[in-house]
Write a protein that binds this ligand. Structure first.
Ligand code: ZN
Ligand code: ZN
Length: 87
């Protein structure tokens, strides 16, 4: 696993619990991928259960993420929008 890998969902959970994010046992065991919708890395525990083949997506709600972060580049609310924009 790359040293600088950090799952953004795990980091958020750590922040909520008030603990420091350290990537070790007890945290995600493997990188899941780089989410094409929110443009973040995520671990295998936080991959979307309903994602499509060959499209890396994490489990957060991207519709609300997109609504809250419209100013960010390269984010999409749905896989359909992503495919539309990149095809
Ligand atoms: Zn995670
Ligand atoms: Zn995502």
């Amino acid at each position: 696993m790359p040293d600088n890998f950090a799952c953004h969902v795990c980091k958020k959970i750590a922040r909520k619990k008030g603990i420091k994010y350290v990537h070790e046992k007890g945290w995600s065991t493997a990188p899941g991928g780089h989410c094409v919708l929110c443009n973040h890395e995520y671990c295998s525990n936080h991959a979307s259960k309903r994602r499509r083949d060959r499209v890396d997506v994490c489990e957060i709600s991207h519709v609300s993420y997109f609504r809250n972060h419209r100013q960010k580049p390269d984010i999409y609310p749905t896989v359909d929008k992503y495919l539309e924009a990149t095809s």
